[in-house]
Design a protein around this ligand. Structure first.
Ligand code: GLU
Length: 506
């Protein structure tokens, strides 16, 4: 690609970054990196009524956690700033005026009441979604219907002054989309969208294309929900005489089951995260970070929701994703969000990480109270034993708690099935073997097993019970590795306490 590649991720700070937004950011990032281009973060905050406190900071922190670091953006700098649209407010007006001068836009002075009345009239005539368009505009109060003098004084008064696009009648608007191919709209489907609001702020449409032009954006890669707006955008590029960027509209992320777009409600309903990090709103929404995901695993999971490299390669690190990524391989149909698959990726990343690479995040998950009691040597060994058994970093704590404290309870069903007090004397012998044997886990296993064999005792009774004594349940890594890591004192103590407790389970 010979052109200078410049792409932007342009979220509106109206809430936290949804996982679909993260995918949009990721595809922009990968495309930029692949072509030696520039990845820009632009905050589209012109809709003051929908502004949510903390959302911009959330977006920046989430991108940072995922390592999707913009080359230009708020707080980063670059030659095309400012990168927050509210700071560019004064720049947009002249573009709206330019369109008015050239007959592509007009002032509209309608009050909310007048607009409501128009909608009512239209509904009565049987038009369900009344649009302010070529059919309606000549019945309204705007610079096309009022005298010049009247307009001037209304503009001076400054109330309800908006600027609307003048969409031509009965024309075709067509553009090429890398995913959707040729997309054609009739201008008769389009309304005279407001481009400058009465508060002087541009709407998304004007600010978005002015900035894409001024920031020399070469490719617009965004969610499918913006496809229909693109018709207005392409017309505006034509009105300005600007070359439009190349468009790519990404398929929707679908609910895990049934129809429709993945929503934050699905996450709350099924108990899985749909946000990269936790977000507190009317309730607390889970985040991949707090649920113990490796950010690289999240990216790997997401890259395949809507794209694939054309073969069945699944595990791809960042470098590999960059190497393989292409817009042409984005798929048209919606991609189903499957949290189990996300956990599977996470598990693969945890297994593939070295113990040393995991220690800091595992420490964080275990918490200071536990960490302060153990040295790194113990924790590295713990990670080594647990790594293949966890789906998330948090599982190190929930599944491995018995390494740090007595089991809170015992699997009573298994105890009832296998235990009787006449086994006690053999457990005391096993306890002695553990105490006196000084070999590694494997040789300790041999010693215990030969004791059981010599005394014609069943492995399937003693070993599961021994595990329950130490871990509380039948789950966990190799029993003798656990014994070695816990150390003889703790093991002896737990066996004694368990033998006591088992007697009251019956
Ligand atoms: N501000 C829009 C959003 O919130 C940007 C859409 C676009 O990329 O053009 O998604």
């Amino acid at each position: 690609m010979s052109q200078n590649i410049r792409v932007r991720f342009a979220p509106s700070p109206t809430g936290p970054l949804h996982i679909g937004g993260v995918r949009t950011a990721l595809y922009n990032y990968l495309f930029a990196k692949k072509h030696g281009g520039t990845f820009i973060l632009r905050i589209e905050d012109t809709d003051q009524t929908r502004y949510v406190d903390g959302a911009e900071d959330y977006i920046i922190q989430a991108l940072k956690w995922l390592g999707l670091n913009p080359d230009e953006g708020p707080g980063i700098g670059g030659d095309f700033g400012p990168y927050r649209q509210s700071e560019r407010k004064n720049l947009y007006k002249q573009y709206a005026e330019q369109l008015i001068e050239n007959g592509y836009a007009y002032y509209a002075f309608d009050t909310p009441e007048e607009l409501d009345a128009m909608r009512k009239r239209e509904e009565e005539k049987g038009f369900h979604s009344a649009k302010y368009d070529h059919r309606i505009r000549m019945q309204m109060r705007n610079s096309l219907t009022l005298l010049e003098e009247e307009c001037k004084s209304l503009i001076e008064e400054g109330q309800n002054v908006t600027v609307r696009l003048k969409i031509p009648q009965n024309e075709e608007v067509a553009f090429d989309d890398i995913v959707r191919e040729r997309v054609v709209f009739s201008t008769d489907e389009l309304d005279d969208k407001i481009i400058l609001k009465k508060d002087g702020m541009p709407t998304y449409h004007l600010a978005n294309i002015v900035d894409d032009h001024l920031m020399e954006i070469s490719h617009v890669i965004r969610g499918e929900e913006w496809l229909s707006s693109t018709a207005h955008h392409v017309l505006m590029y034509k009105f300005f005489g600007w070359e439009p960027p190349k468009f790519t509209h990404l398929p929707l992320l679908l609910k895990p089951t049934g129809k429709g777009k993945l929503s934050k409600r699905d996450g709350a309903k099924f108990g899985f995260p749909v946000f990269p990090m936790e977000w507190q709103e009317d309730e607390l929404y889970l985040g991949f970070k707090e649920e113990g995901f490796d950010p690289e695993a999240v990216l790997n999971f997401l890259v395949l929701l809507g794209w694939n490299p054309g073969n069945d390669e699944e595990i791809m690190d960042r470098e590999r994703m960059i190497e393989l990524f292409s817009l042409e391989k984005i798929i048209k149909s919606g991609a189903r969000f499957d949290i189990e698959k996300a956990y599977w990726f996470n598990q693969q990343y945890i297994i593939a990480s070295s113990n040393e690479a995991l220690i800091e995040v595992v420490k964080e998950a275990l918490g200071e109270d536990i960490v302060s009691e153990y040295d790194d040597e113990f924790l590295l060994q713990f990670i080594h034993l647990m790594k293949e058994r966890v789906k998330s970093i948090n599982d190190f704590k929930s599944e491995g708690a018995f390494f740090f404290e007595m089991p809170g309870s015992y699997d009573e069903k298994q105890v009832r099935k296998r235990y009787s007090p006449d086994l006690d004397e053999h457990f005391e012998s096993i306890n002695r073997i553990i105490h006196t044997h000084d070999g590694d886990a494997a040789s300790l296993a041999d010693a215990v097993k030969s004791y059981l064999n010599e005394n014609e005792l069943k492995m399937g009774v003693y070993l599961p019970l021994l595990r329950i004594m130490l871990c509380g349940s039948m789950k966990g890594p190799d029993l003798f590795e656990i014994i070695r890591l816990l150390g003889v004192e703790i093991v002896n103590d737990r066996i004694a306490k368990a033998l006591n407790a088992f007697k009251s389970i019956g």
